[in-house]
Design a protein around this ligand. Sequence first.
Ligand code: DAH
Length: 330
Amino acid sequence: MAEVNLDKIFASFILSLEDVVDVSELTQIEKEYLGKGSVLSEERAKLASLSNDDKKKYGALLKDFADKVSKKLESFKVDFEKSYFTEKEKSENPDISLDWFSKKGTRKHILTNVMEEVVDIFASLGYTVAHGPEAETSWHNFDALNTPDWHPARYESDTLYLDKDLKNLLRTQTSTVQVRHMQDNKPPVYIVAPGRVYRSDQLDATHSPVFHQIEGLAVDDGITFSDLKGTLEYFVKEFFGKNVQTKFIPHFFPFTEPSAEVLVSWKDGEWLEILGCGMVDPNVFQNVEYPSTTQGFAFGVGVERLAMLRYGIDHIKNFYENDLRFLEQF
Ligand code: DAH
């Protein structure tokens, strides 16, 4: 019988696995322990010269050894690849939301903060958050919102269309989320929809081709204009302070009837417009297949405008330039 200690060889094989840092090394190890020139192959070559009995016994031992090595290589490879990819994924996709605030110098953007604050105010009244796509159909952005074909907002000079037949566009208002939400949900509805909107505007002190809005929608039995007033007055006081007064003046929006603009009392007795609102037009309810008796109100507020007023920011471009001297003030 041969004298190699197969257990010892197996132990050294296991040890060599501990140093593996790359799967490709496993081919080398396999060769070393099972391939040509390995102790195993040398021992197998010796089998021919053994007695029949020894041949059988030793042959079985060698086969056992080879099986054990192959099996171990196989399972090691599976485990190794699993942990290799989990580690790789962890290092390449760190969860940046973890530990967000403790990292020196990191903070949320002022527009994110303002949006979250507005959403929180409405959340305290029972509203939930809804979202919709930024690339929209003209139907959701205009038709469903009762906007007539001739309405100037539809002009290519105002709206960024995504195709020649003007069927798809970048949404010009978050009011689209009203429509999508009502199509998918029955009343009662109490939602706010924060998000980005797009218009074919030149950048100036108060306009940007991309900006942010928060849409609100409340639909429930017996909702009236008083509910709208009370809700928005509450919002204004929570956001700007208890001493700020509100004034509702008549306005026109295709999707509400009656419609109003809300103004807030500012320094030097000035009144500044901050949002549009109104009772949802019955045509909108009809377009989303709500019963004709449905009542509700809606409003839309510009996030940049809120932030500019509250913090006295004089140019909208400040929000987008990523100048730390600006961003770090908030
Ligand atoms: N979508 C309007 C805009 O972008 C804002 C608005 C006005 C939304 C009145 C409303 C509303 O829901 O009722 O100017």
